[in-house]
Design a protein around this ligand. Sequence first.
Ligand code: PMP
Length: 445
Amino acid sequence: MAFLTAAGLVSYAFAVTDRYARSREQHDRASGTLAGGVASAFRASQQPVPITFADAQGALLTDIDSNEYVDYAMAFGPILLGHSNEPVRDAVRRQLGHGFGYGASHLLEAELSEAVCRTVPCADLCVFSNSGSEAVHAALRIARAATGRNRVVKFLGHFHGWLDPLAVGNPGRPDGRPTTAGQDPLASESVTVCPWNDLAALEAVLGDDVAAVIMEPIAVNGGCLVSSPGYIDAVRELTRRTGTVLIFDEVITGFRLALGGAQARLGVVPDLAVLGKALGGGMPISGVCGSAAVMAQAASGRVAHVGTYNANPMCAAAAVAVISQLEQGESQLYPQLESAGAAVAQIFSSEAAAHGLPIVVNQIGAAAHAFWSSEPVETYADTLTADSSAYHHFAKALLDEGVHVIPRGLLYVSTAHGEEELARTRESVGRACAVAAESMLGVRG
Ligand code: PMP
């Protein structure tokens, strides 16, 4: 290196001390041709740069700079059995030798729909799609066809994907306004955004023009919030009485919070449920399932449920492998997920407290949400008062210490988060808290 110029030495020193050098290069390169340098806008918020990963095994991720992380983003939720889960890999590999897609029927379809109907309480019949957003859209069509009504009620702070009609009143928004530029304002004209966990508010908007009420039965996106005792039962009763289709968006909660999803956990059976994420174990597959009476709209072909990739055999193979592992291991895996979720929540809150940082964590089973707040975060209004930019900075400190999280606060665990990974997490979170506390002192001083 003796022949390096002074400028060269500076950039060499930067390269050896910058643990994200190759991710930065890759992001720069991608930005030349991939709009924004990321494939999903959510990924753009990662600081100091959207990380480029090269490998994922169990609870661990490795980036292209060879940094290793304990992962709590888990691909934004799908990875419930750990990255590169072997039975899923084997199932996909088996299918790989027989074609990637037929655009026609295959043996795994019925195997998958039978598995969904065995495990999800509301499921008599299913249809499959590719993403959660798409399946939500299919559920709305089925509900509208079943009722002959048009209006849909969604809740403030609940997320149902990126498609125009329901991308209003999303998490972090104080009102029912659209989320992004380019959204068709007419598409959400038939959507009423209502406060959640407020029965009177729902009663006030439920008229004989409402086809469906859609909700995240446990509001994971909004902050892992649970409703007051009796609220979900009352919504079930009210929707039944008014002939409104009740849709649970279980894209996150399905399989993650129990084998039968949030509906099994809460003991309330909706008319329709939307599944995604954990269903495919990382492969892109989603679905709508529900009562025979409502799903008859799709079964009869009155609602034409179409899609080139629907129930793609590679994805169906993965999903069958996911459900069969969860069914076989149910009595052991769900308590394991519950305790891993509780452990990570405890690690974040206790390490933060030990360093005088205001972090609170809501957790339910294998999902949690951390907030930068000195007060408990129990309602959607509480979530809006938490300091999201401080948590974003903390997420960067975590990354520096080898813990990968979703900067918005969500934390997901998997069955691969065992004692070793949790012990490692405690050390890393402790170090990140020390750094954050130090920089806060700097700001105050
Ligand atoms: N519904 C819920 C509850 C979700 O959390 C998401 C994604 N985060 C979606 C729907 C949309 O799923 P996808 O990103 O697969 O379209």
